[in-house]
Design a binder for this molecule. Structure first.
Ligand code: SF4
Ligand code: SF4
Length: 331
């Protein structure tokens, strides 16, 4: 039987915190203000970054949550990255922390010598539900004045956001009224959104049309390809490696580089070999799982519902379904 092992990392990031000022309707990691206000500690940051480097990856991005909610701690992480020989390509920000140009310049000027070269600035209607566009514009201006690069994600939405009052927040319904009823569907063509995490709730009314049996019949294979994809990996503040884009699943960073065992990772091994059918049968037999919907989008939608059921029903035989707050912040 083929072993499940992650022994090389291609491209990815460090999650410093899950708490966020926002609770965007497309957030893959279900970040929100309701998470514990916990930020990565220096020791974990160093160990994570050393693991990343040892597995062949020499640059990362830093994301969250909102990493700039604790700028001093972010500065320490940047210094640690430089110290272990991992370069930081960019730090993601939603710009919610912006107050005025001078204070933003001061903050970014403090971080720049520590290793802040580029900010990935989020620009989208999802973010605009809770963050005025004027704050985003302010961060871009301040960064430009102090020599920090900007990676706008994505510029395509600038024209949409510019049609509404930049000093205020605007809900998705306002965008629907302005750009048409199929605005959310259009977004899927314009913006990279992985249909996992909170995006499942948001897009299910538009895309969900399958029963659990259809999902299982259409996905007979295991999830090996997704779980071993390291092209956009993340390791978080708890020292957990998130396999692929499967948010809510966790592998201890200490288990990377060696084959995973069924004893320690029963659910991940089942998903790897048997896919959604294996997880469904396990949960049905042992945890009285019965599907709650007839409008699943895809196998990851059903997988997330089953895993949530297991967490709620005290499945505690492994540490694979983490962080627990992921499952408490779905909506
Ligand atoms: S997408 Fe970004 S800004 Fe939005 S909730 Fe998630 S981490 Fe926060
Ligand atoms: S079904 Fe689960 S394990 Fe498989 S790709 Fe989707 S989220 Fe990952």
């Amino acid at each position: 039987m083929v072993e499940f092992v992650i022994n090389k990392l291609r491209s990815g990031g460090l999650i410093t915190n899950y708490f966020c000022t926002s609770s965007c309707k497309h957030c893959l990691y279900n970040c929100s203000p309701h998470w514990e206000r916990r930020y990565i500690d220096p020791d974990t940051a160093e160990k994570n970054l050393k693991t990343i480097r040892a597995l062949g990856c020499r640059s990362v991005h830093i994301g969250g949550g909102e990493p700039l909610l604790r700028p001093d701690k972010l500065g320490t992480v940047l210094e640690i990255a430089a110290g272990v020989g991992v370069s930081v390509e960019y730090v993601e920000t939603n710009s919610s922390w912006f107050r005025d140009i001078e204070s933003a310049k001061a903050l970014l000027s403090r971080l720049r010598p520590k290793g802040l070269r580029t900010l990935l600035v989020s620009i989208s209607p999802f973010h605009n539900e809770q963050i005025p566009f004027s704050k985003v514009q302010g961060v871009i201006e301040a960064a430009g004045q102090v020599g920090v690069g900007i990676f706008p994600w994505i510029t395509d939405f600038v024209s949409d956001l510019s049609q509404l009052d930049p000093a205020k927040t605007h809900c998705l319904d306002e965008y629907r009224q302005l750009f048409g009823d199929n605005y959310l569907m259009q977004i899927l063509q314009r913006y990279w959104i992985h249909l996992g995490g909170r995006a499942l709730e948001t897009f299910r009314p538009l895309l969900g049309e399958k029963t659990s049996q259809q999902i299982i019949a259409e996905n007979p294979a295991g999830c090996a390809a997704e779980l071993t994809d390291t092209s956009h990996f993340h390791i978080d503040l708890f020292g957990n490696y998130i396999p692929g884009l499967c948010s809510g699943l966790a592998i201890s960073k200490d288990a990377l580089g060696t084959p995973l065992s069924t004893e320690r990772y029963p659910i991940l091994m089942d998903l790897y070999h048997n896919g959604i059918r294996g997880l469904f049968e396990f949960a049905e037999k042992n945890y009285a799982f019965s599907p709650q919907r007839i409008d699943y989008i895809n196998k990851c939608d059903l997988c997330t519902e089953i895993r949530t059921h297991l967490v709620i029903n005290d499945y505690n035989q492994s540490n694979e379904l983490k962080p627990a707050e992921f499952y408490m912040n779905l909506a």
